[in-house]
Design a protein around this ligand. Structure first.
Ligand SMILES: [Zn+2]
Length: 50
């Protein structure tokens, strides 16, 4: 699993997501935002290094 840092385009909330695939080829990810309570576009900020 890799942790990715995402930022919601609508509310600017930053959070990290654990996924088993590589997001580095994507610029944006359409995903559920818990603050907006709907699917929104997220900017992929990069990998989170542990
Ligand atoms: Zn949001």
């Amino acid at each position: 699993m890799t942790k990715w840092s995402l930022r919601c385009e609508e509310c600017s909330r930053e959070w990290s997501l654990d996924v088993s695939f590589d997001l580095s080829d994507f610029k944006k990810l359409y995903y559920y935002c818990r603050k907006c309570r709907k699917n929104t576009y997220h900017i992929i900020l990069g990998k989170v290094e542990d």
